[in-house]
Every structure is written in C-alpha cells, then in structure tokens.
Ligand binder design. Structure first.
Ligand code: IFM
Length: 467
C-alpha cells in the first residue's frame, strides 16, 4: 500500500473526532444466521430486476464473520469513533417480541471489540432495514410501527447503553419514506404510493422523537441525535420557474426533516403541495412537540449539491419524489465521481453555515457521512491507488474547517465508508470504501486513501488539535 505525502494540517478544534461509518445490511451478510429475520431489503434485493445485476446483501462484506479483521482495520486506521448500525431484524427477527440472544451477542462483541481498541461506538438504530413482518403490517405507514421502534430502541439502550457513547435514532429518514415508498420504486420497500409516503415520513420522525425521550428515561449516559442527509440546491437561472423549482427541492431535500426535528414544523411550501395528496390527518395533536425533542447533536450526511431547472410538476402521485418537478444536475463544470455525482465541497461549508443561520438553537453538528465512489481496482503490485478519493476528502474537510472557522460547532467526521459495500439498488457496482473488498473472496485491501486518512488523523492527534 502506498501512503501519500502528509497533508497540510487542517485547523480543527481540540477534541474533533475522526471516524468511519458502515451500515448493517450493506456490510454484514449472514442474513440467515443467528436467528436474524428478513428485512425489506432482503425482499427488495431478491426481487428480480430491482438491483444492479441482481446483487443482494446475502454475503455483502461478510463482516458478520470477519468482525475481528474489520476491528483490526479500524484500530490500524486510528479512528476515534466507528459508526455502525444495529440490524433491527437481527435483534428482533419479526420487529416485535423478545430480543434474539444471538443478535444481542453479535453487537456485544462488536461494541466490546471497539472499546478494547479504544474506539468509541456510535450506533445507528435504524438504517433502512425494517423487519419484513412489520412492512407486511403497513411498515412506517402504520402508526403502530412507532411503538414497535421505541420498544426496540429501549432494548438497545438497556443492552448497550452502558458502552455506546453516541446513538443515532434514524439514518436518512427520507430513504425509507419518500424514496422507498413514494418515489420511483427504486428502493425498498419499492412502493409508489404518493400520500402514504408522507405518512411514513411523519411516523419515522415520531419514532425518532419518542426514542430520544425513551433514551432520556433510560439508564444510558451517552449522547443521542439523528442523521439527516442534505442535498443543497441552487436555481439554474433567475427565471421565476427555476427559482420556484429550486425552492421546492430545497424544502424537500434540506428542510423536510430538519425543520420539524429542530422545532419549526413542516415547511409550508411542502405542506401546500402535499395537501393535494393528503389531508395530513396523520399529524395528531402533540406530534410536532414529540418530534422536536431536544438533541445532543445533529448528524449531517453530505455528498453533493445540485443545480435545479424547472421541468414542470410531475403527476400528482410523483410529487413526493425527490426532484419535485425539477431537473437536478451537478453545478456546471464540476468534476464527477465514478457514480456521476458532482464533487462539490463548497456546498458543505454553505450547508453548515445555512443550518446555523436557520436554526439559532442548533445542537452541535457531526458529519456522519461523506464520501465518494470510484471504480477502484487492485493493481498488479497488489495496491489500490485512489488519488481522487484522497482529493475528495481533503477538499470536503477543508470546507468543513472553514465552516468551523466561521463559528459552526462541528464535533467530528465519520467518512463513508470503511469498506466497499452493498450500495442499495446499485449493488456492488459502486465502491465507497477506504478498504477495497474483493467480493467473491471477501479479501480486504486498504486503499491509498486509508493510509492518507490514517496519517491525517495521527498528524492532528500529534499536533494536539484532535483528541
Ligand atoms: O450507502 C449510502 C448510505 O447507506 C446512506 N448514505 C449515502 C450512502 C452512499 O449512497
């Protein structure tokens, strides 16, 4: 493995925490072991034609069996924090009932292994893998799922609350709701329902707020927050149609979840559109207060920003899809990742500053995901050189440091991802890892970005500017 020359130091505050992130279905595999139940992603990925080349998470990175090897990689990387998710169907195979002891034991081993290596565990309770049995009862469209989630969350707080330092209730609630239930059917559970997708979004938020309150009432003594993904957008021109299209996309992609979580309720502009699809009767008295439970931190996932050009409103049922009647493109002239996403580091600075500006009582921020996919290959010398990924993380971290300089309280950064993994409907076609995974054999090869990130972390630690 080659290690790039040491990067110029970034000015980040003392105690800034460095990490990497993964999620259960994307890395674990072993989907039929340890009593695990099925999730919506097992169903979706096994439905012919829905994922790239029919890829599934059945084996994924085989992290379930290679746990010690992956923990050693984390120790070698020198991270302060590892962000992983707990698979609800591993803990409660049907989403209800007594916890499955083998599932509980797997995450005990993971958490203890992190602590033995002086890495603080950051656990996400829900990263899209809803137990299929709950989906069969209506999934997040069913208000009962809120109660089921809080029961599951309590089990987790009781089992791991003495050791997990940071909890994340939900990752990117837009994915299981608007993308999976109301968009174009390209993600689990693969429905195109319009109004009921909005019901799902609301119930996810309610589950989040209630889980935070359950946490405060538990014996656990760490921090709790939620992770939202943000897609900042600028209008393609100052034509009224483009301005309106950008405002709609902004409401959907940067404000739909952040505003209610931070106590501002749903953006009016969205509610006006939604009124054609739903009477919003699912929002009951007191719900918005329950959703706005105070947080210890807000997790920010940021990859790219967009330019929006008006394309005419889509048919009614599609109005909850992410483009909201706009053509979304990377800003002109920016490089693209292997996935075709724009490389837009400045958007991170703007996003962090905007969040602080819009929300005077903003809790501390934590960048819980940021990364890029390129078609990395193991070279003839056995190394994987990925200079684009190094340049990507370097640029985004510099934008983050500028926001911190301007006064935004950002506590840490967990890059996506430790390992190449199952990228949802794109299967194994997109490699986001600092570590290359040869999927047929499971063999891990740290990429040059792994060495770069390790050097960056140790330089900061040595300089005394990071914990
Ligand atoms: O792989 C996903 C992750 O599950 C959620 N955030 C975005 C990543 C890259 O698409």
């Amino acid at each position: 493995m080659t290690t790039a020359s040491a990067p110029a130091p970034l000015t980040l505050p003392a105690g800034f925490r460095w990490g990497t992130a993964t999620s259960a279905y994307q890395v674990e595999g072993a989907v039929s072991e340890g009593g695990r139940g099925r999730s919506v992603w097992d169903t979706f990925s096994h439905t012919p034609g829905l994922t790239h080349q029919g890829d599934t998470g059945d084996v994924a990175c085989d992290h379930y069996h290679r746990l010690d090897e992956d923990l050693d990689l984390l120790a070698d990387l020198g991270v302060d924090t590892y962000r992983f998710s707990i698979a609800w169907p591993r803990l409660q195979p049907t989403g209800r009932g007594r916890p499955e002891p083998r599932g509980v034991a797997f995450y005990d081993r993971l958490i203890d292994g992190l602590l033995e290596r002086q890495i603080s565990p950051m656990a996400t309770l829900f990263h899209w893998d809803l137990p299929q049995d709950l989906e069969d009862r209506g999934g997040w469209r069913n208000r009962d799922t809120v109660h089921d989630f809080v029961t599951y969350a309590r089990y987790c707080f009781d089992a791991y609350g003495d050791r997990v330092t940071d909890w994340i209730t939900l990752n990117e609630p837009i994915c299981p709701s608007l993308h999976g239930t109301g968009g174009y059917g390209h993600a689990a559970p693969g429905l195109r329902l319009g109004g009921p997708a909005i019901t799902s979004a609301h119930h996810l938020l309610l589950a989040h707020g209630d889980a935070v309150r359950a946490y405060r009432n538990s014996a656990a003594a760490g921090r709790i927050g939620i992770t939202l993904n943000f897609g900042p957008v600028a209008p393609a021109s100052d034509r009224a149609e483009d301005l309106a299209a950008a405002a709609r996309v902004d409401a959907l992609q940067t404000r739909l979840f952040a505003d209610p979580v931070l106590g501002r309720g749903y953006p009016d502009l969205l509610v006006r559109h939604w009124r054609e699809l739903t009477d919003m009767g699912f929002v009951q008295a007191g719900d918005l207060e329950r959703i706005a439970e105070p947080l210890d931190f807000l997790g920010v996932n940021y990859y790219k920003s967009w330019v929006a050009r008006a394309a005419g409103l889509p048919p009614l049922a599609d109005r909850v899809a992410m483009d909201m009647g706009a053509v979304l493109e990377p800003p002109p002239g920016v490089p693209r990742t292997g996935f075709g996403w724009g490389v837009t580091p400045d958007g991170l600075r703007t996003l962090l500053l905007d969040l602080r500006h819009r929300h005077p009582a903003l809790p501390p921020l934590f960048v819980t995901e940021n990364g890029c996919a390129y078609p990395d290959e193991v070279g003839p010398d056995g190394n994987v050189d990925d200079p684009e990924r190094i340049a990507f993380h370097d640029a985004y971290l510099r934008a983050l440091a500028e926001a911190v300089d301007a006064g935004v309280d950002v506590r840490g950064y967990t890059c996506w991802s430790l390992l190449d993994n199952f990228e949802w409907a794109a299967g194994y076609s997109q490699r986001f890892g600092l570590v290359h995974v040869d999927f047929p054999t499971g063999r891990r090869t740290p990429k040059s970005s792994f060495g770069w990130y390790r050097d960056l972390i140790s330089t900061h630690r040595a300089a005394g500017v990071a914990a």
